[in-house]
Design a protein around this ligand. Sequence first.
Ligand SMILES: O=c1ccn([C@@H]2O[C@H](COP(=O)(O)OP(=O)(O)O[C@H]3O[C@H](CO)[C@H](O)[C@H](O)[C@H]3O)[C@@H](O)[C@H]2O)c(=O)[nH]1
Length: 324
Amino acid sequence: MSAKYLVTGGAGYVGSVVAQHLVEAGHEVTVLDNLTTGFREGVPAGATFIEGDIRDSAKWLDSSYAAVLHFAAFSQVGESVVKPEKYWDNNVGGTMALLAAMRDAGVRTLVFSSTAATYGEPVSTPVKETDPTAPTSPYGATKLAVDHMISGEAKAHGLGAVSLRYFNVAGAYRTPTGALYGERHDPESHLIPLVLQVAQGRREAISVFGDDYDTPDGTCVRDYIHVADLADAHLRALDAATEGDHLVCNLGNGNGFSVRQVIETAREVTGHPIPEVVAARRGGDPAVLVASAATARERLGWQPARADLADIVTDAWAFARREE
Ligand SMILES: O=c1ccn([C@@H]2O[C@H](COP(=O)(O)OP(=O)(O)O[C@H]3O[C@H](CO)[C@H](O)[C@H](O)[C@H]3O)[C@@H](O)[C@H]2O)c(=O)[nH]1
């Protein structure tokens, strides 16, 4: 059945892919984005676009919306360490305003973009939702604070909410009409897009942040999940949201790949040698972050369709070369 959804941050990487999936499923979609980090061209054709801030959500939200999917946030771990106030103000202050607007408008379903960064240094692998949350960055702390706010809203005011804790989102999504949605930050900060910039000759080498971790090859291990698999989980979460309940689900494939394995895969996919240099560890990086997605499987009936790292890198490579 077709419904109307507000997608905050729907001009960003994950938000735009989810908005596109909603449009393809026949829903009516409004994207709210202030374009601070998002791109106008990320808003899917077929969605209504509002250039505005989540703090002003009350201007646009009304009872015609079936749910809100909330992506709008700052999301750079490193930046959050040097500018924590920016993160608390936008991620927490902005969400508080959004929740108030939802309450006033009577919109009682929310899917929230949470993160593995809420856990901090994992106590065991793979990470379960019941594991302790001890974020090592203000970014993770703000996302965890929002998760707590949402739990309160569910208990006190009957919100039906699902928080999806993403591990490392990667890859790109090609729509049925051939448009490509991918990962793009300015300046670029994430491993796979940076590695692919080296393959394109836009950078000389990739810096490996630390090769003395307690992992098989000494480099950090992460769980890379395809952005289209992630989008699928959001549509399922809309169906799973239950009034008065806050469900938290990790989203990852449960497979860890080291930084060196990612670089090697990119060499195979691109046919480029991709030189690497070892650099100092980056602050706040856990050695291993791999998800247990058992809850998402059980509660959302979710299953990744593109778990192969080479497929993920191949799609990211197509996006990197989109203008060649
Ligand atoms: O030039 C680079 C860039 C990254 N890395 C390494 O590659 C791995 C992946 O780094 P990314 O920056 O691509 O991703 P993160 O694991 O830091 O970040 C992801 O996980 C975080 C939680 O820890 C947040 O949720 C964040 O938004 C999300 O992108 C890390 O070990 C990082 O140290 C390098 O070696 N060189």
